[in-house]
Design a binder for this molecule. Structure first.
Ligand code: NAD
Length: 334
């Protein structure tokens, strides 16, 4: 059985996902949802999508009656994920939603509850959770090959261009670099250390307050504390290229990845030598694995469900709170 997926929002990442899905064995694009008729026409040609599976943002609730669509993959600006996910769930379809799942923990929680009530899956687009180097390091850590984990460093950033894009608009982005790219360091800290952080301290720096307006963060450093005593030191920025590195150290060994979350091959090594496991387009593996989760009830090694996305939102809320108060903030998952 194949998972029949409609993509919502036909922007740059949707194009990447769609191209990667050409090689999927378990997932297939069967529909599109877009506000731009010319894009729909183009996609219909590229992916052989019939008129009856094309929708816009006004009429997509009608997917309810369309057996050609099992799931909708939401790939729109961050602030739209929450209202759109609620509508997809109301139509009785599974929700696959890009990161960040929402723009705060409260909205994320509501998405989880609504999907649960509707009896549909809610999966978050964490493509690294299926990546071979990442999984091998997580295996090594779980099996004690690094010893007791003491420290993680996560550096995530890129230099952002066009000042008019939605990523620099607080209403659509819900913030700045942290929501978009810093979330990789947060999420990575959690799956590399293998625990949920219980406190955070954070500091913000802004070199360009015109481009990065109120509520749109440019650069944030933050520190996380874990129940075991492990600590993490992380950086999120929209003002540096080539910032994509994870480093994990235990009392017996280390693992390092650079790049750690980029689209291309992940380069990795440990105290035992180089890993550099072969590259498979992340989104191809992700969509095949998500199809197996939805269709077969397969369990992901690193979860990609709503709870997983929500924990990152709880931490982002706490990071923003720590910047506001200038104090160490407890992180509570309630
Ligand atoms: P994009 O700007 O290229 O595409 C966004 C799409 O949403 C566009 O087609 C736009 O027309 C559409 N849209 C619908 N309603 C809109 C509105 N009211 N305002 C503006 N645009 C609207 O952005 P993108 O890079 O494709 O990012 C989309 C989502 O995917 C974001 O949530 C982002 O975080 C996520 N993303 C994830 C990854 C990943 O590796 N997992 C990578 C890139 C982006």
């Amino acid at each position: 059985k194949v998972l029949k997926v409609a993509l919502m929002g036909l922007g740059s990442y949707a194009n990447r996902v769609a191209d990667a899905m050409r090689d999927c064995k378990r997932a297939k694009i069967t529909g599109v949802i877009s506000g731009t008729p010319s894009k729909i026409k183009d996609w219909q040609g590229r992916f052989n999508i019939p008129d009856k599976n094309c929708y816009n943002y006004e009429n997509f609730d009608a997917i309810k009656d369309n057996p050609d669509i099992d799931a909708v993959y939401i790939i729109t600006p961050n602030a739209l994920h929450h209202p759109q996910a609620l509508r997809v769930a109301a139509a009785g379809k599974h929700v696959i939603c890009e990161k960040p799942m929402s723009i705060n923990a409260q909205e994320g929680r509501e998405m989880i509850e609504v999907c649960k009530k509707a009896g549909v899956h809610l999966l978050i687009g964490y493509r690294m959770h299926f990546e071979a180097n990442t999984l091998e390091i997580v295996r090594m850590r779980r099996e004690g090959e690094l010893g007791t984990i003491r420290f993680f460093q996560g550096l995530s950033g890129f230099k952002i261009g066009d000042p008019t894009q939605w990523r620099l608009n607080r209403e659509l982005a819900g913030g700045g670099a942290m929501m978009d790219i810093g979330i990789y360091a947060i999420n990575g800290a959690r799956y590399m250390v293998g625990e949920e952080p219980i406190w955070v301290t954070a500091q913000e720096v802004k070199t360009d307050p015109v481009k990065f307006r109120e509520g749109v963060d440019e650069t944030i450093t933050f520190q996380l504390g874990f129940p075991s005593g492990a600590i993490a030191s992380c950086l999120s920025t929209y003002n540096m290229n080539y910032l994509d590195k994870f480093y994990l150290n235990g009392d017996k060994g280390f693992a390092e990845m650079q790049p750690s979350t980029g689209y291309g091959p992940i380069r990795s090594w440990t105290h035992k030598g180089r890993l550099d496991l072969p590259h498979v387009t992340h989104q191809t593996t992700q969509m095949d694995e998500m199809a197996a989760i939805i269709l077969d009830g397969k369990k992901a090694i690193i979860p990609v469900d709503g709870e997983e996305g929500w924990k990152d939102m709880v931490i982002i809320d706490a990071i923003f709170e720590s910047i506001r108060t200038g104090k160490k903030e407890e992180i509570t998952y309630v």
